[in-house]
Design a protein around this ligand. Structure first.
Ligand SMILES: [Zn+2]
Length: 419
């Protein structure tokens, strides 16, 4: 059913918008002129396919193909904003594959039981305005619309003003929009599928994230005259925390990740015992209990290491997102479709954040991954073979079709966005 040439042509067309000179990549920061042009392109395509287009107040775009009955819609989609030196597929694939599914249904004159909606969520990347996944958070209801609109970007301009400038402050009120299920096709953005030679990633969930900053205060002193047992070395405490984090990840198994991404010493001189050290630890795990255990053990160790050195310690939690599990029946549908089409699969977690994890709070949700060549993403050289793009779009078609034909149940959203 999927016409891969048509899908690739749309990917090429969209990638011309905000293209980074001399590369295959794009720069489409949220709510900029390039984002506006990309939205215009998508809206034109949606209208051309006969979709009913609605834009809500945070600029999310919804293109809906009616069903036989006025039931909660099946939704697919992703985002079209990018980081500053982004690839052509991150996000764009999920939106354009959704349009291809619609066109395939149109071509074959298939009327689904339920409506099918293709969504473009605003500011998924968070490269200009934080938090990331802003559009889906507002749609789902956990982020207040006014707070999102008041957010000021890295250029000092607010979301409200940026949206007004690009004419994307929509009027649609989506608070009562019920969603039967959400499925997002996305590139893996990592090396696992390619390395293992698998085509379809059945995403089981998104790993939880915990960021902690430790500030250690000791005493600056002379590197030559201060005996080792008379030092209060903040740097020593920080490096012990770093070493412990790495060992902890090894001990808790492959699902546990630990990264020390920032470490600064003061005064940062070759012959001075540091008086202050600031260190961050990024912990990730697909299992919430394990993540909590890692947090507790790291915190306990940091306290002990500081005490042993006679240093003071301040711990601050910078971010915490619990792991998300995707709906079992959607994973099974992905698996069945791949088997039917003789595509190899791998059940895997997502290492990155996606709109689907936010939608999972309001309706059964799932994701399909296709391989990223060289594991590259957030990179102008991001690339996926045409054969794999085709495979991903076909599986997306099957799963959306199945859901859209389903007469069973009518899950409704469990959150309402504040007006
Ligand atoms: Zn993305």
């Amino acid at each position: 059913m999927i016409n891969i040439k048509r899908l690739c042509a749309r990917i090429d067309e969209l990638a011309q918008i905000g293209r980074v000179e001399g590369t295959q990549g794009v720069c489409r920061l949220a709510f900029t002129e390039a984002d506006q042009q990309a939205r215009d392109y998508i809206i034109t395509q949606m209208k051309g396919l006969g979709l009913r287009v609605a834009v809500d107040r945070i600029g999310n775009v919804f293109g809906t193909r009616p069903g036989q009955a006025d039931l909660p819609a099946v939704m697919t989609g992703s985002h079209i904003d990018s980081v500053r030196t982004g690839g052509r597929l991150d996000g764009a694939l999920g939106v354009l594959a959704g349009l291809e599914v619609v066109e395939a249904l149109n071509e074959n004159a298939i009327m689904t039981r339920r409506p099918l909606t293709v969504a473009v969520f605003s500011n998924e990347e968070g490269a200009r305005f934080q938090p990331d996944m802003m559009g889906s958070l507002v749609f789902q209801g956990d982020l207040d619309l006014q707070a999102a609109l008041d957010t000021v970007g890295i250029d000092g301009i607010s979301v409200r003003e940026s949206l007004a400038r690009i004419g994307m402050t929509g009027a649609a009120d989506t608070r009562d929009m019920a969603v039967y299920g959400f499925v997002e096709l996305h590139i893996e953005q990592g090396p696992v599928l390619e390395t293992l030679g698998r085509t379809i990633g059945i995403v089981e969930g998104v790993q939880g994230i915990s960021w902690t900053q430790f500030v250690v205060e000791g005493t600056s002193n002379h590197a030559g005259t201060t005996p080792m047992n008379m030092r209060t070395d903040a740097g020593h405490v920080a490096t012990r925390i770093a070493t412990f984090a790495r060992a902890l990840a090894g001990e808790l198994g492959p699902a546990q990740l630990a990264t020390v991404g920032a470490l600064t010493l003061y005064p940062n001189l070759v012959n001075v015992v540091p008086s202050r050290a600031t260190i961050t630890v990024d912990l990730r795990n697909t299992d919430d209990a394990s993540l909590s255990e890692a947090e507790a053990r790291l915190s306990e160790f940091a306290g002990k290491a500081a005490a042993q050195e006679g240093a003071s310690l301040r711990q601050t939690r910078l971010a915490r997102f619990a792991p998300v599990s995707f709906a079992r029946h959607i994973m099974e549908k992905v698996e069945q479709s791949a088997a039917k089409r003789h595509l190899s699969t791998l059940r895997m977690p997502s290492g990155a954040g996606h709109d689907a994890q936010i939608l999972a709070r309001m309706c059964p949700s799932g994701m399909i991954f296709v391989p990223s060549v060289g594991g590259l993403s957030h990179n102008v050289n991001e690339f996926t073979n045409e054969r794999d793009l085709d495979a991903g779009a076909m599986v997306l078609f099957d799963v959306l079709y199945d859901l859209a034909m389903s007469p069973f149940g009518t899950p409704v959203r469990c959150h309402s966005a504040p007006a």
